[in-house]
Design a protein around this ligand. Structure first.
Ligand code: BGC
Length: 822
């Protein structure tokens, strides 16, 4: 209840009077029985006499009001128009052709930001700004009539960050990201993205972390915690089951509740519970017939009721639209359904959505109580933002420090896939290197689309090796440089007109003949050959010339390897890629393979650090590299049907995604999940479980010793095998992991990993519960999913119902997902 004293007007001094008079009028109107006692306002039983002591009525600044009370007052005072203004974003500059004029917002102050929330001046509610993305802040580097620059740091892409498996390091990366967000005047970073890498061809896999939900969730939680430690928000995305780009606005994902809960939702659950992101972004796709942005099951039942999410949900940009072209036909998202589902904020927001929402509110089709809940959450969000707190941002983030952070993170995310006879490190700076591959010279920082970053400069591999003091074959450099530059210029030109969603092309390789390779092999000590791949938002990758190497690349590798090996010289392949490629057919031709991913703006330095041995590689794969694409469990269900224009995609592989499939069905991969080499060796010893019988939890301790000659870090992985009596389950699943500190030769560290009841459980649909089967559980700790080093058993005496939930998102078209019928 709110009551107030109408005499307060006399206490308000001009000009505030004019500003706040309407607030008071609205407040009074909103309060039945507002009386004339000497009290200003009473909320939830508390009464306030002189909130206008300073001559101004501003509930936001009254220290005796709790945030909730302030919010309650403001919502009561808002007109329907004002409510709608706050529920719909302020538009996205540059899309006016599609939508008509978009709103006026603070985005003008941060050009290049993706969107924001509206200002409601009379309540003192400022416009807030949200901007992409997962590999760094995406804003425009220049402003009109302004000589200053606003470059942001391009950090390694999500996959590269995840490959570090290093939660502490990623917290630091998060802090650096948050510093740029805050100092450039942005309130929320639209990141991280943590969808499951269900299929290697997803064009946005580079933004995501893993085929495994534990890694995805833990990595996301660290990054969110790091970013939010700076007092700015995050938006974990895209919730949920957004695992491909083909027809992403309309694709209907058919997936079992078990696979949803165990894989596609699990990472989000971990991130929400361990980091409370300020916001969650619902995805574009449908799940079992419902747009995720209009799914009460997802946004209210799961996210809030089950997981305790406290922040706001925003749509993805135009989420819930039946295709972009629908805008011009006047078809927009079902805003009433989105609001009711618990999708608080509609982004980027277009006039037609405002109109529809206002009509629904005015007619009563959409209940006030529903939007008031959404508004309450949006206001609580606004209240936390730096903008609300009038933070004086400097436009001077710590770019030099952040460059150092990205350089180290990128190096730590690199995965050494092969290293015959210690080909790497190659520390000899006197001997000449032949640097092949157009990508060595036209280095790929990160993928395209909203996940791209406007960084000032990218360090190519050429530049990285040069600045590390390596001697390079100059003839090659002189040939390759103009060759690469010309192609890059043409590529930029062709993408210019297509805007942010322009997909990247692939650069061609230079034609060289055998005699030329022979000459290089004569004079150089070693060959480095970079293979590059790029992809981006809005399109999936393809098998030919993308997942598989192009003919010219195979030939190049083959010829180089023939020429160099004939002279006893070595060949190193460097992979500057954002997603999985085929490696099995050519890996025997090279001596070493360094998977550098798309490592951000300092990439060339990071690779040089690893090559020189300054950094001992300690990254491991967070996904499987299959022998061939068709081995991928989702290959026959990607991107969906009908093939010409997919509408539906069925996740028939169920929970058997990635290593869960390969290892259970004994399909040999090229490189397995969890794999990665080091310049040193580690010994695993003394695995001990805290108990022989599982009670509330069990801990496993193991000692890792560096038995090699150089310092290094090891990623320790705990896989659990369940009894497999009545519950169909993958042969083993990753349930915990840790990274050692930098261990010097001979040094050891004891790692302790914990198993909770839910780690033992599977989701049993017919019981709508997480159940752990009674029996013997096998704990395997090792250096990859196929390389257990030590194992121990424990017993669960009685079946455990770990958690009972409500059923969600039933299938619209029943299908049976893959089972392990052994
Ligand atoms: C992407 C989101 C992004 C948003 C704003 C959408 O197209 O899917 O990931 O945050 O645009 O740029």
């Amino acid at each position: 209840t709110i009551t107030m004293n109408t005499n307060v007007f006399s206490l308000i001094k001009l000009p505030q009077k004019a500003k706040y008079a309407s607030v008071l009028l609205a407040l009074i109107a909103a309060v039945p029985g507002a009386n004339a006692q000497n009290k200003l306002v009473s909320v939830s039983g508390k009464t306030f006499n002189d909130a206008n002591k300073n001559g101004k009525f501003d509930p936001w600044e009254d220290s005796r009001l709790s945030v909730d009370q302030k919010i309650e007052i403001v919502i009561k005072a808002m007109t329907n128009e004002e409510k709608v203004d706050l529920l719909i974003g302020t538009g996205m500059p540059g899309i006016e052709v599609l939508t008509g004029p978009v709103g006026d917002s603070k985005q003008g102050l941060v050009p290049g930001a993706a969107g924001g929330t509206a200002e409601l001046h009379r309540f003192g509610i400022p416009a807030t700004v949200v901007a992409d993305g997962p590999a760094g802040l995406r804003i425009a580097p220049r402003k009109e009539n302004d000589k200053n620059t606003y470059y942001a740091t391009a950090f390694p892409v999500g996959t590269a960050l995840a490959s570090t498996w290093n939660k502490d390091l990623l917290y630091q990366v998060g802090k650096a990201l948050g510093n740029e967000v805050k100092e450039y005047g942005v309130d929320v970073l639209l990141a991280p993205g943590l969808n499951i890498q269900r299929n290697p061809l997803n064009g946005r896999n580079f933004e995501y972390y893993s085929e495994d939900p534990l890694i995805s969730g833990k990595i996301a939680a660290s990054i969110v915690n790091g970013i939010q430690s700076q007092g700015v928000g995050t938006s974990i995305k895209h919730f949920a089951a957004n695992n491909e780009e083909t027809n992403r606005l309309t694709i209907d994902v058919h997936v079992s509740e078990r696979a949803l809960r165990e894989l596609y939702l699990k990472g989000f659950e971990i991130a929400v519970k361990e980091a409370q992101p300020w916001t969650v972004m619902s995805s574009y796709n449908l799940v079992n017939g419902q747009y995720t942005s209009a799914s009460k099951d997802l946004l209210t039942q799961i996210l809030r009721n089950e997981w305790g999410f406290k922040g706001i949900v925003m749509t993805d940009w135009f989420g819930g639209f039946p295709g972009f072209e629908s805008i011009q036909k006047g078809k927009i998202s079902d805003v009433v359904k989105q609001m009711t589902a618990g999708n608080d904020l509609i982004m980027p927001g277009i006039p037609a959505q405002k109109k529809a929402l206002l009509e629904a509110l005015n007619s009563g089709k959409l209940a006030q109580e529903v939007v008031n809940i959404n508004l309450k959450r949006i206001l609580a969000y606004v209240f936390r933002t730096p903008t609300y707190h009038k933070y004086q941002y400097s436009n001077q983030p710590t770019l030099t420090k952040n460059a150092e952070i990205t350089r180290n993170a990128a190096a730590e995310g690199m995965v050494l896939l092969k290293n015959e006879n210690n080909t790497l490190p190659f520390a000899n700076k006197q001997k000449e290197i032949s640097l092949f591959g157009v990508t060595s010279y036209a280095w790929i920082t990160g993928g395209t689309g909203s996940g791209s970053v406007n960084n000032k400069h990218t360090v190519s591999l050429l530049e990285g090796l040069n600045s590390a003091g390596y001697k390079l074959d100059q003839e090659l450099v002189n040939l390759y440089q103009p060759f690469a530059e010309k192609q890059v210029a043409a590529e930029m030109e062709s993408r210019k007109s297509k805007g942010i969603l322009a997909l990247p092309g692939k650069l061609s390789e230079m034609k060289m003949d055998d005699a030329f390779f022979a000459k290089k092999a004569e004079t150089s000590e070693i060959a480095f050959v970079t293979l590059g791949r790029n992809s981006g938002e809005g399109g999936d990758r393809v098998v030919d010339n993308d997942f598989n190497l192009a003919k010219e690349e195979i030939e190049m590798l083959h010829e180089i390897s023939k020429a160099f090996h004939a002279r006893g010289k070595k060949v190193v392949a460097i992979l500057n890629i954002g997603g999985v490629i085929e490696t099995a057919s050519w890996k025997d031709e090279v001596d070493a393979i360094l998977l550098a991913w798309q490592p951000g703006q300092e990439g060339g330095h990071s690779v040089a650090d690893v090559i020189a041995g300054k950094v001992n590689p300690s990254g491991k794969l967070t996904m499987t590299f299959p022998l061939k694409y068709s081995d991928t469990p989702s290959a026959k269900n990607f991107p969906g049907v009908p093939a010409e224009n997919p509408k539906d995609v069925t996740y028939e592989e169920g929970v058997y995604v990635g290593y869960r499939y390969f290892n259970t069905f004994n399909v040999k991969p090229s490189y397995e999940f969890g794999y990665g080499l080091s310049y040193t060796n580690f010994e695993y010893a003394d695995l001990k479980l805290s108990a022989k019988t599982f009670k509330e939890k069990i801990t496993a301790s193991i000692t890792i010793k560096n038995t090699g000659k150089v310092a290094g870090k090891e990623i320790v992985q705990l896989y659990l095998s369940a009894p497999h009596q009545n519950i169909d389950k993958p042969v083993s699943e990753l349930k915990a992991f840790a990274k050692t500190k930098l261990l010097n030769p001979g040094e050891s560290e004891t790692i302790v990993l914990t198993l909770e009841p839910k780690d033992l459980a599977s989701f049993i649909e017919r019981r709508a519960a997480w159940i752990a089967e009674a029996g013997i559980y096998n704990v395997k700790i090792g250096s990859s999913s196929l390389n257990p080093k030590q194992s121990e058993k424990f017993l669960l005496e009685k079946q455990l119902e770990v958690e009972k939930v409500n059923k969600i998102l039933p299938l619209t078209t029943p299908f049976k997902d893959l089972k392990n019928n052994k």
